[in-house]
Unconditional design. Sequence first.
Length: 129
Amino acid sequence: MALKEFSFKGKSVEELKNLDLREFAKFITARKRRSLLRQIEKIEKFLKKNEKKLSKNKPVRTHERELIIVPKMIGWQIDVYNGKEFTPIKITEEMLSHRLGEFALTRKKVEHSAPGIGATRSSSFLSVK
């Protein structure tokens, strides 16, 4: 069984990579389109700056969590800052039109351990191990 080729609004990945950012904006929802068009210079600057880094095999590290993922970023390895450390993200086709920050979570799952001595009324009468 052959794998189904990915398409975004009826366009293949290669067709999307050849599109200008303004043409790509026509294929995304209204809210994301508005954000993309408002930060188009910022995205173009990010792409131009980091294509040089990728050609030298240097990692792309950024604090720009609000940038919208565009087709030219597909296949890139980007380290996005989550407030404490850089989270590595591999950009895939399904991530198109999402923001970088959606894939670098800022909060971790809380893992509670057993309560300490004196935490509750009954635990103060337990013997210390």
